[in-house]
Ligand binder design. Sequence first.
Ligand SMILES: C[S@@+](CC[C@H](N)C(=O)[O-])C[C@H]1O[C@@H](n2cnc3c(N)ncnc32)[C@H](O)[C@@H]1O
Length: 291
Amino acid sequence: MTPQPVDVPPVDIPPVETQARTLAGYADASRLRQVHDRDWVLDQVTGAPRTLVDLGSGIGQLLQAALDRFPSLERAVGLERSPHRIAEATTRLSASADRVELHEADLTTPGPISHRPDVVTMTSVLHWLYPHEDRIFTWVREHLAPDGSFLLTTYHPEADAAGLGGEDDIVRDALTDLGIGRTVVPARFTGHGILPIATRTRTTDDLHALLERHFTVAAVHDRDAVVSGVDAPGYARFHAATFGDYYARLVEPARRPAFFRAVGAAAARRQDERGHVSSMTVRLWRLAHRG
Ligand SMILES: C[S@@+](CC[C@H](N)C(=O)[O-])C[C@H]1O[C@@H](n2cnc3c(N)ncnc32)[C@H](O)[C@@H]1O
């Protein structure tokens, strides 16, 4: 049976396509999920670090927290692909400008830097580097100071048989609401060259095997990342700030405002039905040079 489009009411959100294009609004949006990684990760830093490099540094929140927390830090370096995010980080970190370096970089083809950091962090980024994670692991191995730590967080949504899970599921609900048959959604991902996030995320076992080629896995810690207590417009903003137009490309440009509304509505429905929008394991890896 062909699904009928449901009427998704418009919600009052800022120009969400612009927001998605520039990944704006992350300071607010990250309160829902990613912000909780920050102290968790920095709690793993021991001693008095002098140089910290954050990979995929976004709007500079982790760098800011590290600078506040570790007066010993002489250099806080961010590598980030998005120029919009670098601009926002530059403003955020302006009070510590003499201790900060921000570089536009693609972590799938990372170039050398002149530092030997005693701490390297990478939070909520690795899935975007799939299937080339090896390249950044090699880079970290080559740059990390001999006694340094590499602190990495990875998200692990459960994948279904088609390789969809986590945000992919919410997007599938939204597309279904827009009249796209539920069963054809995986083929639509493939047809638009969009790799599901749950496919981009390797299992913890696969990742362990990959990491062990480069590092000693000194410790792992898991927590549940539960996204909850958000309404439809709030979730649409979270989605746009976190995923940009990655998924929105599944629909033609004229339908993108409706797409973002539908994503918000799908999330709100899950909140009503399940008491939360999503829940997944986040793993924090503490990695060191191999002995
Ligand atoms: C979900 S955000 C995480 C930001 C920050 N690390 C945090 O924990 O809040 C993912 C970040 O990785 C960046 N990113 C994604 N792919 C990248 C790549 N190939 N090279 C550099 N940065 C990348 C994005 O621009 C974005 O800022």
